[in-house]
Design a protein around this ligand. Structure first.
Ligand code: CO
Length: 433
């Protein structure tokens, strides 16, 4: 129950990818990690813990082992979730003095789930402070907006599935009347800056719905952003709890997974390889020594998975469908959009067996393409064995998603065991250290 409370606090406290990264950063600092800056030189001490942040929204942390180590034991999740980005020219006047906000979709959300519920905005603002440009977190922490749907009396077909247009239907109602520029003033105030010093923003809508426990026996959680903050939380907790093992534990939280990862801080960037090279180099492993470490490394790509839906079991595969509260999900795909192969599957299952954690299988129904995730994008940069996993959930990419209350604990236990491992890879096979 305490773990669920902590997860819900993490979800509620992370209304944007920037807040999620900041909460990871704070947890690392509280655990004694030292923040490194990509623009400074790194002086690493064996036995110490470090992290660095890119783009205010991606974080990579590592624990420098005391002595020789077998390779990098990496787990990755993502900080972003589908939402709507607020345009810089934000206010759109309409009939009756109604003022709406100009927004555009970020990622593939279920649009109808964003209608008729209280929303607000969060993100970051660049502000001028003296001669510098600095980033400030912004969260307008009150019920500010709502995207009103049309009444069923005007659209009798809506329950048969009316198409929603992002540029017409999804603009949230901000105000009636008043002076123009009120939104900008509010954001400046939230950023703690004079309006003249507010330079630019990256702001996103978020549902005001707080995460909560549901179900007759409290067996579910309903919350925004479970994909993928539930996995980020589980990986982070395991990362912090793990005992030192044979490898170097590495936790990666990437932004921009929902828009394809192709940004400077996304999984399809040099961020991970940059950090690994510098971490290894700082501990004396360069050139061939670094390549040998890579040969003994492993990646867990943790991103939530579709549980079987009670109303629509036909969307699931006949055999390989996970259920809520059934344990950690390993994902398989013949086209390798999920990176799991026989080797990584066997290794990860051995880790879960060590932790006493149940494992479930997920395959897309063979005629459905499914989504892609972090694993295949990361391994394009870093060619190491990788497994795609996640926790089972329903209503993925809705403004309020549903997951099992017991699964977070399974992931934490699996990741605690994982980060405490190393791998010996050689002619005799693979051995968990
Ligand atoms: Co995801």
């Amino acid at each position: 129950m305490e773990q669920t409370r902590q997860l819900l606090d993490f979800l509620d406290g992370s209304p944007s990818c920037y807040h999620a990264a900041e909460n990871v950063r704070r947890a690392l600092l509280a655990a004694g990690f030292e923040q490194l800056w990509e623009s400074s030189s790194w002086h690493l001490t064996p036995g110490r813990d470090y992290f660095t942040v890119r783009g205010d929204s991606s974080v990579i942390a590592f624990r420098a082992p005391q002595g020789a180590f077998s390779g990098f034991m990496i787990a990755a999740g993502h900080s972003d979730s589908p939402t709507f980005k607020v345009r810089e020219t934000a206010e759109v006047p309409g009939p009756g003095g109604l003022l709406r906000l100009s927004v555009e979709p970020y990622g593939g959300m279920a649009m109808r789930s964003w209608l008729d519920r209280p929303l607000s905005v969060a993100g970051r603002a660049m502000v001028r402070e003296g001669g510098r440009i600095v980033s400030r977190l912004v969260n307008v922490d009150r019920d500010l907006l709502v995207i009103p749907g049309v009444a069923i009396h005007m659209d009798r077909e809506m329950n048969k599935g009316t198409a929603l247009k992002a540029n017409v239907d999804m603009l949230p109602l901000l105000a009636q009347g008043g002076e123009p520029g009120g939104f900008r003033r509010l954001i400046a105030e939230s950023a703690g800056a004079a309006e003249a010093n507010l330079l630019s923003t990256e702001l996103f809508l978020y549902p005001r719905t707080r995460g909560t426990v549901t179900g007759l026996n409290g067996e579910f959680i309903a919350a925004p952003r479970l994909d993928d903050l539930q996995c980020v939380f589980g990986c982070l907790q395991g990362f912090l709890a793990a005992e030192a093992g044979g490898g170097m534990p590495v936790l990666a939280v990437f932004n921009n997974e929902e828009v394809g990862s192709g940004t400077r801080q996304g999984a399809d960037s040099t961020f991970l390889t940059d950090v690994l090279e510098r971490a290894a180099g700082g501990l004396g492993a360069t050139g061939e020594a670094y390549r040998r470490l890579l040969a003994g490394s492993f990646l867990v790509s943790a991103d939530n998975a579709h549980a079987i839906h009670p109303a629509h079991p036909e969307y699931a595969d006949n055999n390989e469908f996970p259920v809520l509260n059934g344990g950690v999900v390993v994902k398989y795909n013949a086209a390798q959009r999920y990176t799991t192969d026989a080797v990584s599957d066997a290794v990860f299952r051995a880790v879960c067996a060590r932790a006493g954690v149940p494992v479930q299988r997920y395959s897309n129904r063979a005629d459905l393409p499914g989504g892609s995730t972090l694993g295949n994008i990361s391994t394009a940069h870093l060619s190491i064995p990788s497994v795609d996993i996640g926790l089972p959930q329903l209503a993925m990419h809705s403004a309020c998603e549903v997951a099992g209350v017991r699964d977070t604990d399974y992931l934490i236990r699996a990741m605690t065991a994982y980060f405490g491992c190393g791998l010996r890879v050689g002619p005799e096979g693979v051995e968990l250290l």
